[in-house]
Design a protein around this ligand. Structure first.
Ligand code: ZN
Length: 233
């Protein structure tokens, strides 16, 4: 009896794994699959393997150029393997400004977020396409909150992006600052893209977190290990 139950459980697990590999911790990441239970942790872990991250972007048809390494005097700042995303290819949403260096795991998560979260949410709430994600930048050699002591920001290694708003194909702008508590559709859209970002970024901080984030969504891929905590506020 016990053996039969174990066999049934194993069969179910096998079928589950075949159908939704993205829900299992040991399967390789594939940006072409829908976001699963372990997608976020796998994306954050890509920080240790830039070549594998770049290969995933290539396979998913995401266009990018490698950005030259940046090694400032402050040893806690800079990056070796950042990329600049290019419009076109598998991505139909542009970044504004477009010349922004991103650590590869941030770029990979951004592509997934656009496909799986931002585009469907915009269709649902506005019946429209998002053409631009407006941001406040990525790389900045500073500690958290610009303080003179304490932990270094993920921005110090281009491992973060601050998203300020979205531009739709009809010209409509959805702004974190103006619309978080604004009209129903825009406020609902912003919460939906915030919640969806939590599935692909290690850290997501929104206006719900504190006043410092009233005008943007902070998205980063802080490396906190396989069992590391994830922040979604
Ligand atoms: Zn930030």
């Amino acid at each position: 009896m016990l053996l039969a139950l174990l066999a049934a459980a194993a069969l179910l697990a096998w079928r589950y794994a075949r159908g939704r590999p993205q829900d299992l911790p040991w399967t390789p990441l594939d940006l072409g699959e829908p976001v699963g239970l372990f997608t976020g942790r796998k994306l954050a872990a890509l920080g240790d393997s830039p070549a594998r991250c770049a290969a995933l972007l290539d396979r998913a048809g995401v266009r990018y150029v490698a950005v030259p390494p940046r090694r400032p005097a402050e040893a806690r700042c800079g990056y070796d393997a950042a990329v600049r995303l290019e419009a076109g290819g598998a991505r139909r949403i542009a970044l504004a400004p477009d010349r922004v260096a991103l650590a590869c795991p941030v770029a990979a998560a951004l592509a997934l977020w656009e496909w799986d979260v931002v585009a469907p949410a915009a269709q649902r709430h506005f019946g429209a396409r998002v053409v631009r994600i407006e941001h406040l930048g990525s790389y900045s050699c500073r500690r958290m909150y610009g303080r003179s002591s304490g932990g270094w920001s993920e921005h110090a290694t281009a491992n973060a992006l601050d998203v300020a708003g979205f531009r739709l194909a009809d010209g409509t702008r959805v702004s974190v600052l103006r619309d978080w508590d604004g009209a129903a559709a825009k406020a609902a859209f912003l919460r939906e893209v915030r919640d969806g970002a939590c599935r692909v970024f290690a850290t997501v901080l929104s206006p719900d977190y504190n006043a410092a984030h009233r005008d943007h969504l902070h998205l980063d891929q802080a490396a906190r290990g396989a069992t590391g905590w994830r922040a979604c506020r």
